[in-house]
Ligand binder design. Structure first.
Ligand SMILES: [Zn+2]
Length: 473
């Protein structure tokens, strides 16, 4: 007797959707997780693929598995040969689908952790949103490509990590023909417009909005279709409502991810046919330029500009500069490059710097290129001097973002970037300071349920303490 094997599972393709506008589940083939170069796994036991629907654990499992698999397949063809997970992750990146009560998810160099909470009668499980799963997987992919970004004390490098997460979700969605067709219809081919693809995590956004009405966009968690203009994060407040720009990395990430959406839209306009296949091609071209850029770009202050410059250089190398206009236009419109900066990256300038770019390889030591900056601990309720890892590699392109008043901003010095970042973390209550490391005046956040992304530990290299990252959420 043979048992009939079901080879299809029912999943959400991008997000469950706002509870008032739920997306229909779609049948997909049973996903493969253990594939190179980014093998993934799920801690929970695999249920039978029996077509279970929304609200069941089996459904959540297959949604998460499908999204993990798609995110891996999205980045696999774009990364240099030999790219692998950060060494502490192990062979496969393991997702934990029910890690506790919260409206959040994070990547912590051991695996992915997804939380859930019931809000107004709706159980919102982060693992049930493909966009959330693909965002977190994006953190792990960027950590594989550029481990130096994990501990860098800089709002702008942290924000690039968040933008990469949202771009991971965007590119993963664009691998699906069904979503490409839907988005082209919704935007009538103008991909800069708000669409199902630009709106990240509608359901999680809805759930957060119930308790914190100004913390997220009115129709999603974050929208990549936005008009935020670059501002040096050192000058921005540490937090703010969703309709303003702050130095909080998810908030500030929207400047870069919005430019990336416009780049896809621009490259799409250049395709021979403005159809779903042309959109797939545009997404792949833009994703490739981003990977090339993050591998090669030095970790510095004004990091967005440096990544932008390296995307323009990568286009010169790979495509003879065919997409230079789309790239420059998007980066100028969001102030990531000043007009002067955008025009200074000429073909001959790229050729002159080409050797260094070609030698860049993914991975490397966690602290490579970072500079230790030591600050007085007492200001932060820490009993000894505190060491931060400041972004201080040598700049390849002498470029920076727009000064809103005109001209080019002068990048802040690495020490200023690092101390401003530390102060922001404390003002947001994101640092865990162990009791034994504190002074007597305690200013540490008193809400233990607030996720601590960083902690103060005894320095392994010198005297005193060091700030290290625990996770990206
Ligand atoms: Zn994130």
């Amino acid at each position: 007797m043979t048992v009939q094997q079901t080879s299809m599972v029912s999943v959400y393709e991008d997000d469950p959707g706002d509870p008032l506008k739920i997306n229909p589940p779609i049948p997909h083939p049973v996903p493969q997780l253990d594939t190179q170069p980014f093998p993934t796994a799920i801690a929970e036991t695999a249920p039978q693929p029996n077509g279970a629907g929304p609200g069941t654990e089996a459904f959540r499992y297959w949604v998460a598995a499908d999204a993990l698999s798609r995110a891996g397949q999205t980045w696999a063809p774009l990364v240099p040969a030999g790219t692998q997970w950060h060494s502490t992750v192990g062979r496969a990146l393991t997702a934990n689908l029910n890690a506790g009560k919260d409206l959040n998810a994070f990547y912590d160099r051991e695996g992915l952790w997804f939380f859930r909470r019931t809000v107004a009668g709706v159980t919102v499980a982060a693992c049930e949103s493909p966009e959330v799963v693909e965002h977190e997987t994006g953190h792990a992919i960027l950590d594989a490509l550029r481990p130096q970004l994990f501990n860098t004390a800089s709002a702008e490098t942290a924000a690039l990590h968040e933008a990469f997460g949202d771009i991971s979700a965007l590119l993963s969605s664009l691998r699906l023909e069904s979503l490409r067709v839907e988005v082209l219809a919704e935007t009538q081919g103008d991909l800069e417009l708000s669409s199902r693809m630009s709106r990240m995590a509608e359901q999680l956004g809805w759930a957060i909005r119930q308790g914190h009405p100004d913390a997220v966009d009115p129709d999603c968690l974050r929208n990549l279709s936005n008009s935020f203009f670059y501002h040096d994060p050192v000058q921005l407040p540490p937090n703010g409502p969703a309709n303003t720009l702050s130095s909080e990395p998810h908030s500030f990430s929207r400047v870069f991810s919005a430019a990336f959406l416009k780049i896809i839209a621009g490259i799409f306009r250049q395709q021979d046919l403005q159809d779903q296949a042309g959109l797939a091609r545009a997404a792949e071209i833009a994703g490739q330029l981003l990977v090339d850029a993050v591998v090669a770009a030095p970790v510095v202050s004004a990091y967005y500009a440096q990544v932008a410059g390296h995307m323009i250089a990568a286009d010169q190398h790979r495509n003879g500069g065919a997409h230079g206009r789309s790239l420059r236009s998007a980066f100028i419109r969001h102030g990531i490059l000043s007009l002067e900066a955008a025009t200074s990256i000429t073909e001959s300038e790229v050729a002159r710097r080409g050797a260094g770019i070609a030698e860049a390889t993914p991975g490397g030591g966690d602290d490579q290129g970072l500079t230790a900056v030591t600050v007085h601990g007492a200001t932060y309720d820490v009993a000894q001097p505190l060491t931060l890892s400041a972004p201080a590699q040598e700049r390849r392109f002498g470029i920076a973002g727009s000064d809103p008043a005109g001209g080019t901003l002068r990048p802040a010095d690495p020490e200023r970037v690092a101390t401003s970042y530390l102060e922001d973390l404390f003002r947001r209550g994101r640092v865990q300071v162990p009791e034994e490391h504190r002074t007597e005046t305690t200013l540490v956040d008193d809400n233990p349920s607030r996720l601590k992304t960083h902690e103060i530990v005894r320095s392994t290299t010198g005297e005193g303490f060091a700030l290290i990252r625990r996770c990206f959420d």
